[in-house]
Design a protein around this ligand. Structure first.
Ligand code: G3P
Ligand code: MG
Length: 247
């Protein structure tokens, strides 16, 4: 299959700009834009009533004033909790956004996105299907095509089957020798990994094989510079203002 067009920059705002604003919120995406990024990364979960919401954890406890599992709640309840004040009182009133709301905001801001599928265990298929169908129907033509990634291999298989034309990235914390076969089997365009266990030799191997390589979560400019020196294509960072001057 033809490789989808890929326009991911070297610096991607992680969960928006998680060092400066509550992660995975509309305020966070606006601040990421203001800090100068052209792409953001965020995480997608499925609610009990089948809606895609932008949230990292399976539980809402850490990032809202509520408690419980996102997969057990309907959207109306999830949207009633505050997702900003835990980070700083000036962000009070932020809520867990739907994927539709985030796409609308990205369209206004002109931001590209790496959409990470973060399924609650047991709803891998439904999360991938709902997200890919929404990206297919609602992604604005004027934005660069999205890149969908996941640690969850099943989700990527479903993503490939539902929307093969949308680029996929395989997320691995540590890259092992199996990476090549895993990437080929799901026809992934990119490989994403934790920067801490990455070695220069592994980075060179991946790049020599022709795959763009993205590392998370790189919050120091010096480390980003080192990774770029190894051939790493781009980094996810909570503090894009610190890393952007490098590029
Ligand atoms: O997609 C890169 C990075 O976000 C993966 O880890 O846990 O922050 O979603 P996590
Ligand atoms: Mg993520």
């Amino acid at each position: 299959m033809r490789q989808p067009q890929l326009l991911v920059p070297k610096v991607v705002g992680h969960r928006g700009a998680a060092g400066h604003a509550p992660e995975n919120t509309l305020a966070g995406f606006r601040i990421a834009k203001a800090l100068g990024v052209s792409w953001v990364e965020f995480d997608v979960h499925l609610t009990a009533d089948g809606r895609c919401v932008v949230l990292h954890d399976d539980l809402i406890d850490r990032t809202t004033d509520g408690q419980g599992a996102v997969g057990d709640m309907v959207l109306e309840e999830i949207a009633s909790y505050d997702a900003g004040a835990w980070f700083d009182p000036r962000f009070a009133g932020e809520t867990i956004p739907t994927l539709e709301e985030v796409i609308d905001l990205l369209a206004d801001l002109g931001l590209g996105a790496n959409v990470e599928l973060k399924p609650t265990p047991g709803v891998e298929d439904d999360t991938a299907i709902a997200t890919m169908e929404l990206l297919r129907s609602a992604w604005p033509d004027h934005l660069p095509p999205p890149l969908v990634s996941s640690f969850d291999y099943r989700s990527l298989e479903v993503a490939r089957d539902v929307a093969p034309e949308i680029a996929r990235g395989l997320l691995l914390e540590t890259v092992t020798d199996e990476w090549r076969g895993m990437v080929e089997a799901i026809e992934a365009t990119t490989l994403h990994c934790g920067h801490t266990p990455l070695t220069p030799a592994r980075a060179r191997e991946i790049r020599a094989a022709g795959y763009p390589l993205f590392c998370y979560t790189v919050n120091h400019a010096g480390r980003a510079q080192e990774l770029f020196g190894w051939g790493v294509s781009g980094v996810f960072t909570d503090v894009p203002d610190q890393v952007l001057p490098l590029v």
